[in-house]
Design a protein around this ligand. Sequence first.
Ligand SMILES: Nc1nc2c(ncn2[C@@H]2O[C@H](COP(=O)(O)OP(=O)(O)O)[C@@H](O)[C@H]2O)c(=O)[nH]1
Ligand SMILES: [Mg+2]
Length: 176
Amino acid sequence: MRLLSIIRKQKLKDNETRCLILGLDNAGKSTIVNSLLPESQRTDEITPTVGFKIHSLQLQDKLISLWDVGGQSTLRPFWDNYFDRTDVLVWVVDASETFRLHESQRELQELLQNDNIPQVIVALNKVDLTAADQLSATETALKEVVGPGASFVRCSGLSGQGLFALKEALARISYI
Ligand SMILES: Nc1nc2c(ncn2[C@@H]2O[C@H](COP(=O)(O)OP(=O)(O)O)[C@@H](O)[C@H]2O)c(=O)[nH]1
Ligand SMILES: [Mg+2]
């Protein structure tokens, strides 16, 4: 077993999960993170993320650290640096923006070349703005990139719809 998997396993045994939230700028990453947090820790104003922000979320018996990393193209070359201690990657896509779907697919495909990439959850965000057939088309397009192992969650960071399913998917992460 590679050293990295041993470290990951130990951390998960300690009930600590490190979750990296990535996706194109404006996909809704920070909005989702904010809505996942307990009400007392939320902010009313989300500004574009410069660099990264870390938040902690207690889910059942697990402590999840959420790494919200800026998605602007100038920051993307640095994404790799975050992988080695990450347990789960949440890839956020703005499902309403069909014209950026290819860009999202391409960036995710490039990320997945990295050997250290952990388990993947794809969050199809902005369901409140997206027609059902478009949601399915976006899901199909991203499934082609991530393969059968990833989970998919349809959500809205703004309304909170689907975030319970995202929490459940995060709580299920394990290396058994
Ligand atoms: N309608 C709608 N707008 C959203 C949703 N999630 C995020 N937004 C908006 O999308 C914009 C970008 O969100 P932000 O969280 O800053 O994106 P980030 O760059 O990926 O962190 C903001 O204006 C958000 O209010 C959603 O589910 N529905
Ligand atoms: Mg952000």
